[in-house]
Design a protein around this ligand. Structure first.
Ligand code: MSP
Length: 520
């Protein structure tokens, strides 16, 4: 069965920021991992382009909404290309095919008696594209997130009868694996326990949206349309825009990865919409935490937003991926600290992992004719490093399956630490000076090189670039985890894969130290 995973579809009101890059990088690691295991993967990302927020941003820029969306969505496309994100799709909700899918879906929901007319009164936050339940002050209420004035709305809208799905949603969110991490389940449970209320799914007087068939003057509420983007995205090039056809390409999703702020939409509204249309539900919804910077919320007004473009240029892909995935428990909030970023990258990647490979292959080349030394006892499964590799592998695989990137990264690092420790204990540089020790030295170096090979393979989903440089340093083929990759990764993880006497390329540092003279 296809492993379909999604990032949120990002609003195109502004250029991409670190928050969107964070989710996308994590999904990329997960997609690569699943491909390496041999699963057919559909990795979906995209842009959410309708609604009042986008319409207003375009107006302010003096552009038509379409021209504005074209410009910003191509920035997203370009950014993901430069980050080498392995997405299979980039859906834009202004894609004409999407409109067809939304219409067909709506027809099913309406036929099921779940669309009613009603009066929507309330305070709306355009930045959140959401009605706020209880604004703190009724005089001049503002959005608690955006600190901007809420707008009073009083309209005749179409409502989706969410209240009919109370019991089914309660049962769904009670399922242990559905909302992850489980610490996030409580807030959704509390919300649902208060009783689900029907929500309006159309707007009047909002031209920048998909027209609701059969209801003149109404366009779909941006969230109703956006969530369906996950389904439109399943269509292949050349497929007709047919709902059943799209679903057959890879529904249900194995996981929606999102930020915690949009959990309610994904874990409550979306499943209810799918239930109404008689469609299968996503298997899990993973809500990750928010990133702050040096302890402060990131925001335009504070001028402290981290630009993924700048990060890439100044620090490179491996460094940023490593820091975000290795340091911040995925699911919890995390703080971006520049000094810690530099320290981790230099200690873990340049010193522990990079130097391990460098010094070992230099010794091997010097004493064993520029080749992998004869394996001897180094290839045996009861070798201490073989056992350390086995443990690392188990932890990395289990961690990645659970989106616990941190434990996966740490386990790979631990193997490199163990290999460094073994090398220091065995001290081949002094042993080599002794008579009759060459065989032992060869076996030791073989085991350390073999551990480094496995570290490189285990890092492939997390740090595909560094993994590739390490493997080519070892004379090995890269572990291709991009779309359409072949799957021999699991086989290659077995201990003893390096061929004795295979040529070892001349070493050059696989990871440059990160030096940042000025703040990012
Ligand atoms: N368009 C909706 C999603 C529709 S999905 C069908 C949306 N877009 S967004 O661009 O505003 O947000 C995208 C994601 O970025 C959200 O998951 C949000 O949680 C995440 N982040 C925004 N700021 C963030 C941080 N500072 N840190 C981490 N993630 C953050 O919501």
């Amino acid at each position: 069965m296809t492993y379909t995973l999604t990032t949120p579809l990002y609003y195109v009101n502004d250029k991409p920021h670190l928050g969107s890059a964070y989710t996308t990088l994590a999904c990329d690691a997960l997609a690569r991992f699943q491909r390496l295991k041999g699963e057919p993967v559909l990795f979906i990302t995209g842009c959410d382009e309708h609604g009042q927020k986008i319409q207003r941003t375009a107006e302010a820029a003096g552009l038509s909404p379409q021209a504005h969306c074209d410009a910003v969505s191509s920035q997203y496309r370009e950014l993901w290309r430069r980050w080498q994100i392995s997405n299979d799709r980039l859906i834009r909700t202004t894609d004409p095919r999407h409109r067809r899918i939304v219409e067909q879906f709506f027809a099913r929901v309406e036929a099921n008696g779940d669309i009613v007319e009603g009066r929507q009164q309330g305070w709306y936050c355009v930045a959140c594209e959401e009605f706020k339940d209880d604004p703190a002050s009724a005089e001049a209420p503002e959005c608690p997130i955006h600190r901007r004035p809420l707008e009073w709305r009083d309209e005749l809208n179409l409502f989706f009868r969410l209240s009919r799905y109370q019991q089914q949603i309660e049962a769904l969110i009670a399922q242990p694996g559905f909302i992850q991490p489980s610490s996030r389940r409580n807030e959704v449970e509390n919300f649902v326990r208060q009783g689900l209320r029907d929500f309006s799914i159309s707007r009047v007087n909002l031209p920048w949206g998909i027209p609701v068939p059969g209801h003149d003057g109404h366009t779909f509420y941006v969230w109703f349309d956006a969530l369906l983007g996950y389904i439109t995205a399943l269509l292949e090039e050349g497929d007709s825009p047919d709902l059943d056809q799209a679903l057959a390409r890879g529904w249900p999703a194995a996981v929606h990865v999102i930020g915690k702020d949009i959990l309610r939409f994904h874990a409550v509204y979306w499943p209810a919409m799918l239930l109404s249309a008689g469609l299968p539900l996503p298997q899990r919804v993973f809500g990750h935490g928010f990133l702050t910077r040096e302890g402060q919320k990131m925001g335009k007004s504070l001028g402290n937003v981290l630009d993924p473009e700048v990060l890439l240029e100044r620090c490179g892909r491996d460094a940023v991926r490593w820091y975000l995935l290795r340091d911040i428990p995925f699911g919890e909030d995390g703080d971006f600290q520049q000094q810690r970023f530099i320290d981790l990258v230099n200690n873990d990647l340049a010193n522990t992992i990079g130097n391990l490979l460098n010094r070992t292959s230099s010794m091997a080349r010097r004493w064993f004719a520029e080749a992998v030394p004869p394996a001897g006892a180094g290839a045996q499964l009861n070798h201490p490093l073989a056992q350390a590799a086995q443990m690392a592998q188990t932890t990395v695989l289990a961690g990645l399956e659970q989106l616990d990137f941190r434990s996966a990264a740490e386990a790979a690092l631990q193997l490199a630490i163990a290999a460094n420790g073994y090398l220091n204990d065995q001290a081949p540089w002094s042993r080599m000076k002794q008579e009759g020790q060459a065989e032992q030295v060869g076996a030791d170096l073989y085991a350390v090189l073999e551990a480094a090979r496995i570290v490189a393979l285990l890092l492939a989903p997390l740090l595909p670039d560094l993994s590739q440089r390490m493997l080519s340093q070892l004379g090995e083929a890269e572990a291709d985890s991009g779309p359409g990759a072949s799957a021999d990764w699991t086989q290659r993880l077995h201990w003893g894969g390096l061929q004795s006497w295979a040529p070892l390329p001349e070493p050059s540092p696989v990871m440059a130290r990160l030096e940042l003279d000025e703040p990012l």
